[in-house]
Design a protein around this ligand. Sequence first.
Ligand code: C2E
Ligand code: MG
Ligand code: MG
Length: 411
Amino acid sequence: MSDAQSQSLRALIVDDDAHICAFIKTFTDASNFITTTLSESENFSAVYRDDYDLISLDLDMPKIDGIELIRFLGEHKCRAQIVLISSSDKGIILAAQDLATNQNLSVLGVLDKPINPSKLIDLLEKCHHRVESQMALALTASSLTARGTSELPSIEELRAAIENNEIDVHFQPKIQLPDQNFIGAEALARWTHPEKGVIPPDYFIPFAEDYGLIEPLTALVLNKTCAYISKWTEIPWDCQISVNISELSLGSLDFPDTISRIVKENGAHPSRFILEITESTLAINPTAALDVLTRLRLREFDLSIDDFGTGHSSLARLRRIPFRELKIDKSFVGDSDSNQECRIIIKNTIDLARSLGLKVVAEGAETQAHIDLLTEYGCDKVQGHFFSKALPNEQFLQWLHKWQNRSKDNA
Ligand code: C2E
Ligand code: MG
Ligand code: MG
């Protein structure tokens, strides 16, 4: 037995053929699983527990088939590794696999009948590895975030920083192509810790999400953004400010009301804001957040798909969501100098998005070559270090003053 198999895991095998259950059990027993078998799928809900590590499902069963069980597992937010087994053609197994993934289930693999023993053994081994690495990750996350490190603050310090309003907002300009006029800015959260220096949002946003702090953090970012923009005098009336929204907020039906209230209490109007939602959030199940997103649009917030290209979803799947803007992830722009595939992806994304009526923003433009390429491809807006990185409010206003005058000088 390998190291990864040293710990006992729990397996549930569901197949209407008791011989197949027994056959699979021989292998799970040998691979250190405590195994339960079930040949009457109608009893599934009685046998199901949320501590199974592995569930193997036969898709073709007479009373309750595997597809219904997949739905049940999705509804119960099952965390087990799922193996799908069928004697049907490959297309059906792959469709079932898609369905399971759409329900946020973790599909370990698929097996045809008759079952090939060496493929089964491989999958059981893979299950041990996955469970071990998930446990290691959970352990690291909980111990690190709870206590912090010499470079990174603890979760309690993050909580205090939010409560004391110590997190600031910086602004990165968005520039329209081809005229290079200023058309808005993205508000990005910045935390400067008194001893540990600048803490990147990629570090503290996931912790805020894990420890129930994301709502107060979003409220803080929105309040600060509103307070800053209410004092801006040189900004064109039609420029919009982008604010990032966590995927967790899309699960909360109160969210549209909460943020409308914050914006109105600050004397601003929702149409002044573009809310950015990362594509990876929507990739798994684009329709899950549809009600919250639609209500945000009804309250006149604009919506944008952030980091497009990283979540592997197609625009065809996202088209029903009322977005008005799509942001091409900075990794494509950064690699566009050396990688022809990236250029093709950028060009095709721009063409498709524009034909669907979306404005396209490219993130991470750092060089004149990037600007030239994006202008040639007909990209609507750019954001990137070539124009400016995200700046504190005062510096941002100075940058803008220079930029507006530069535009006048060129006119
Ligand atoms: P994002 O929304 O995709 O923001 C763009 C990120 O790219 C920013 O990183 C920005 O500083 C960086 N960037 C912009 N232009 C360039 C460039 O030319 N080159 C390079 N290398 N980077 C560039 P930042 O500020 O570190 O934010 C990282 C992510 O953290 C954001 O990605 C966003 O997902 C998240 N985030 C930031 N603020 C908030 C917030 O208030 N709420 C939530 N939920 N997420 C936030
Ligand atoms: Mg963003
Ligand atoms: Mg982005």
